[in-house]
Design a protein around this ligand. Structure first.
Ligand SMILES: [Cu+2]
Length: 499
């Protein structure tokens, strides 16, 4: 590694450290909900993992591993690139530390580069060693200006350094050969002044050069800040919804400075639980008309879906996709339906598509379209932001008995959307947590097509639970989808989240 590169990295590290202190995490895939919550198996051990990625890369991710199974004595954590050579070049893992509770292990990891990462977790305990990998997408969500006070301080110190150096050069040329108390000759003074002038010009050149170098670095970094992609949305006469993916984000192909930032690709999408795109269309602000569709890719970056008969309104659109690196994105858009879409000019729901036109939100018991009930089995504890919470729901028949006939919906017992009522937070969640199932498959060394692996293929029971943590306080809606006797049912719940 060259000296310049080393210095650059150190400077960047310092900048991002400052940024980490100043910034709270903003938007990301999922929208506005960057933290990872995942529960899964490391061999015989069940672990609940929370990863809080930094707001600026390079930066520090916080990792919390809670052992649900007894007997875990040691946890090691290691950040690795999801794909490419970096995925194999493992640095030495960090040992996660206890903070009080012996079942909770905590550590911090430096994420040095933007993109698709995984945290490799090695546990040791009563049943021997085992491993699991949890995907995490690392992006900078902001680049920061320097604080004015710090800027002034550094400018003054810099100026003092420059003046000091010029002064030293002057003194050396004027006084170095003199005896104590001897006055310099006019010729020596003149020579010293000349050399001070030359030194000042050289120093000015150095300052200007480093300033432009710094600016180039800052511009590169700013270009790599993650921007929320906004879909191009167009509704054709036959009520086909056309979606043009937006690609505003640059990536650096390798960490080396010689590689200029490049665009993310759109020709590299991989299916996530069976579909290249999971499209959610939610009428705002009432959130009563809710649709979960799976458009077809008609061209690179272009998707199309004939809509079902939807009621008029202003709709928010969220499109979940996953890149081949396991990097998940949610693209957002809007569409205004001036009139109800006529049943004669629409396509009835089919396949995995689902939705409801008039969902009544409830606090605890949602009445489903088939007359069954979905009960949110919540305790009295208030909901708080940034806490991992198991959201448990039970499907009951009209007599209040656990429902039979539940089926897997796209390979899982259920799918849930956690969405803030202002639409600024949107997360598509599964029983295992907030990770993209395709990314999880890649992290565990499989292909995204195996995104169904590790899921329970047996017929689900009447209980379904989801692991999630709200990113911030506010009002949310939880939209829970299960499949029973061939029909997808959606329950809508109101959640008030405090700090
Ligand atoms: Cu899903």
């Amino acid at each position: 590694m060259s000296l310049v590169k080393t210095i650059t990295m150190k400077m960047r590290t310092a900048v991002s450290l400052i940024a980490f202190v100043l910034l709270s995490p903003l938007a990301f895939a999922h929208v506005g909900s960057p933290d990872v919550y995942y529960q899964g198996q490391a061999g015989p051990y069940t672990l609940l993992v929370i990863i809080r990625p930094p707001a600026v890369i390079p930066g520090v991710a916080e990792i919390e591993v809670r052992s649900i199974s007894p007997g875990v004595t040691r946890v090691e954590i290691l950040p690795l690139r999801m794909v490419g050579p970096g995925a194999k070049l493992a640095p030495t893992p960090d040992v996660a530390q206890h903070l009080g509770d012996p079942k909770v292990f905590y550590g911090k990891l430096w994420i040095m580069d933007r993109g698709s990462w995984k945290v490799q977790i090695t546990v040791d305990g009563d049943h021997g060693k085992a491993e699991m990998a949890v995907p995490v997408a690392a992006v900078s969500t902001a680049s920061l200006g320097m604080r004015t006070a710090l800027g002034i301080l550094l400018s003054v110190l810099g100026l003092l350094l420059v003046l000091g150096l010029v002064g030293i050069i002057g003194a050396a040329n004027r006084d170095a050969e003199l005896d104590p108390a001897q006055a310099p000759s006019p010729a020596q003074i003149k020579r010293a002044r000349w050399r001070m002038a030359i030194a000042a010009v050289l120093m000015l050149a150095v300052v200007l050069f480093t300033n432009s170098w710094w600016k180039a670095e800052a511009d590169d970094t700013a270009e790599l800040t993650y921007k929320l992609p906004h879909l191009g949305v167009f509704l054709a006469a036959d009520n086909s919804l056309r979606l043009q993916l937006h690609n505003p984000n640059a990536v650096r192909l390798t960490q080396f400075r010689t590689e200029r930032p490049d665009r993310l690709r759109l020709d590299d999408l991989v299916p996530d639980h069976g579909h290249l795109m999971h499209l959610f269309i939610v009428r705002m602000p009432d959130m009563r008309s809710f649709w979960h569709l799976h458009p077809d890719q008609v061209e690179t970056g272009e998707f199309s879906q004939r809509l079902p008969a939807m009621p008029a309104g202003q709709y928010r659109i969220y499109a979940d996709i996953v890149h081949h690196t396991g990097f998940p994105e949610t693209q957002v858009g809007e569409i205004n339906l001036g009139n109800d879409l006529a049943p004669t000019n629409t396509r009835p729901l089919s396949g995995d598509d689902s939705g409801e036109a008039a969902l009544a939100p409830s606090d605890e018991v949602a009445i489903l379209a088939d007359g069954y009930h979905m009960v949110w089995e919540r305790d009295a504890a208030p909901l708080r932001a940034k806490q991992p919470i198991w959201f448990r729901f039970r499907i009951e028949d009209k007599d209040g008995k656990p429902a039979s006939g539940l089926e897997n919906y796209m390979g899982m017992a259920g799918h849930a959307v956690f969405m803030s009522t202002d639409g600024m937070v949107f997360s598509h969640i599964h029983p295992a947590g907030s990770v993209s199932m395709a990314a999880l498959a890649i992290a565990q060394g499989g292909t995204p097509g195996q995104g169904m692996a590790g899921m329970d293929h047996s017929a689900p029971s009447a209980d379904v639970s989801f692991l999630y943590g709200f990113p911030q306080a506010g009002d949310y809606r939880i939209l829970v989808q299960v499949k029973r006797e061939g029909r997808v049912e959606t329950g809508s719940f109101v959640a008030h989240v405090g700090n």
